[in-house]
Design a binder for this molecule. Sequence first.
Ligand SMILES: Nc1ncnc2c1ncn2[C@@H]1O[C@H](COP(=O)(O)OP(=O)(O)OP(=O)(O)O)[C@@H](O)[C@H]1O
Length: 612
Amino acid sequence: MLKFIRALIQPYRRTLCVIFLAMLVEAGMSLAAPWPLKIILDDVVKKHGQPTGISRFMYDHFAHGDPMHFAAVIAILFVVIAILGSVASYIDNYYTESVGQWVAYDLRLKVYTHLQRLSLGYYSTHETGSILSTLTTDIQTIQGFASSQTLNILVDMLTIVCMLGLMFWLNWDFTLIALAVTPFLLLFVSRFKKSVKAATHEVRKQQSEIVSVVQEGLQSMQVVEAFGQEKTEERMLADVSQSAVNAALKARSVKSLLSPVVSITVAACTALVLWRGSALILAGSMSIGSLTVYLAYLSRFFKPVKDLATTTNAIAQVSVGTERVRAILDADGSIPDDPNGIEPESLRGEIEMRHVAFGYDAETKVLSDVSVTIKPGDFVGVVGMTGSGKSTLMSLLPRFYDVSSGELLVDGEDVRKYKLAWLRNQIGYVMQETILFRGTILDNILFGHPGATRDDAIEAAKLANADEFITRMPLGYDTVVGERGSTLSGGQRQRIGIARVMIRRNPILLLDEPTAALDTESEKLVIDGLEKLMRDKTVIAIAHRLSTIRNANLILVLANGVIAESGTHEELLSRNGIYAGLYHVQFNAASETATEISSPIDQTRNIECPVP
Ligand SMILES: Nc1ncnc2c1ncn2[C@@H]1O[C@H](COP(=O)(O)OP(=O)(O)OP(=O)(O)O)[C@@H](O)[C@H]1O
């Protein structure tokens, strides 16, 4: 963990040096603080012998042998010590906060960048809520620790060593008695460390569960309300909250024991020192001033020990936070990106699959042996039962996942030979539902090609049949859409989605049933937009409604992980196989529906592939 934190604070080592120096001054001033009192008590008030050492020097040179002058000098010294300590403390706090903030900034970006590189498979097995919680709470915990605690521990150690030296110098056998209890205290602190860490782990786990439940609930509010499941959601939150409270209370019973145990030990030591000290003063072998310094040091000596006890808690929290952050950073699911990957000027759009196999896990293959060649400019339809692997097949092209075996070639080169970002930039993707981001409609269209202009975006929107509804809005292209585009209809979102892809001018286009969720009226407008988008591109379109791919140059029928049939619509019908079966089921169902409701619409529309 320390190695990880050291790497994080490495870029700020200069500032850390300043903080460390400030901390040293602070520690020095805290060591010096009780001495003016001792000098006043022993050398001014009680005139306990003649001042010696540095005290003698000040007495002779600054006070000209006058006790009241000397008292004034010591009073000024007291203020100077306080000012130096305060200035050092200001510098320490000021820079500590800035280092902490920048460390958190770096870490947040590092984790987020890594998350973006991970293959989509990572997100199927990890909860978004837990990731969110790590990006916020865990990083915040590390932020506090990285900047202040690491140095604090160092300075605490240094202060302890210096104090011990001074205490032994004042009265060594007395010091031994007072500190006899320290090893037991340290043992106690370290024994508790393990249980505090385990308890903290559980608390963080439960806290991120809360984020997961709330996040999922808020995102699915419409479904929750539609099914009247508000109570179920509330109960789920109550359950995880209860577990979080239980875990926190369990951690509390461990944590709250530390501080009182240390305080009682300190009180016992102080009592011993008071009792023994009084005896030594009465016997004339110790001055009142020395006892005062002794008492002040004793409380200060145990403060770092006490700090170390509370730091145990902070260390437990930060090590749990670090483990969670590292679990993300060490996740090895990223799609490899060849640093010497090629980035040709343009792409013709030829796609070839050679014995491609793929499975989300090692046991189950979704695709077992797929081979096909798609010529540039071809329109290819992919059909098959639900779960047959159509979307999976498509997701291999932009390398959301890499093939398990076989080869996937684009323009004759293995997709892994291209630079990943470049490859993805060549591919336009229109999905069943377009996800929009919070921002203006213009921002959402430009998301497809951030370098494009407002005019480019308007032109794309016109081609996608989106311009007419956008310009009817009071703020037009500057209208702000809600989270995930919730303020627009499904058809409007799809048309913005098409404009977003249109603006990219990609040679390859992937359509994952973009009209599936639309009514007939919206569908017409979307299809019209899509037809313009598809011109001169290699298009692979998944279709449940077979009418949408009737004109495809090639239709692939996926079944049992292989291409069971392929050909044009007419060829496949005449073969009388799976495709013909699917077509007849849709056609007959549509005829029945059409007879029942006398619908004028395309008879094969709105009837989907049967679910097995
Ligand atoms: N992220 C994932 N992790 C694990 N398994 C997955 C994942 N996505 C899909 N699958 C599984 O892979 C198989 C193929 O899914 P895929 O979505 O490719 O089918 P599809 O033909 O597109 O289905 P549909 O027509 O219903 O959209 C299914 O059995 C599905 O459960």
